[in-house]
Design a protein around this ligand. Structure first.
Ligand code: HEC
Length: 129
């Protein structure tokens, strides 16, 4: 009698459990993909240190001390098609005009991080220190 009852309630719960488990698996998959995408892999906090050591001499607080018109403000980056990780990574790696190339000095990962920092600061109007 008791056995029958517990079997019965188990059978009732089974479909619900399956639903819950598949929902859990789905959210794990989604989260895994979200965090493995390049945008999430870059570390702006680490990029800040790279920026201070390599870029701030010419780009302190998002300015450009060599060529003032090519500063790192959001509107300027957008104007020159530089408002993307790809464009910044490309220019930092290869250099341009009076800006030196960092492709030999910095690792690809460091360049990704500094690009993430530049974009983050551009979004914040270079107010965060
Ligand atoms: C010696 C000075 C100097 C250093 C150091 C330097 N830059 Fe530059 N940067 C420049 C100059 C000059 C330009 C403008 C290049 C051009 O278009 O003629 C520029 C342009 C840029 C631009 C494009 C800005 C725009 O509005 O188009 C970005 C982004 C940038 N630099 C990021 C960096 C980063 C990140 C670093 C450090 C890894 C760095 N720079 C180091 C001088 C420098």
């Amino acid at each position: 009698m008791y056995d029958n009852l517990s079997n019965h309630s188990l059978r009732l719960r089974e479909p619900q459990m399956k639903k819950i488990i598949s929902l859990l698996l789905l959210s794990i998959t989604v989260l895994t993909f979200a965090f493995s995408s390049p945008a999430f892999a870059a570390d702006a906090a680490a990029g800040k240190k790279i920026f201070k050591a390599n870029c701030a001499s010419c780009h302190a607080r998002g300015k450009n001390l060599v060529k003032a018109s090519k500063n790192l403000k959001k509107e300027t980056l957008e104007k020159y098609d530089m408002y993307s990780a790809e464009a910044i990574i490309n220019q930092v790696t290869k250099g341009k005009g009076a800006m030196p190339a960092f492709g030999k000095k910095l690792k690809p990962e460091q360049i990704e991080n500094v690009a993430a920092y530049v974009l983050e600061q551009a979004d914040n109007g270079w107010k965060k220190k």
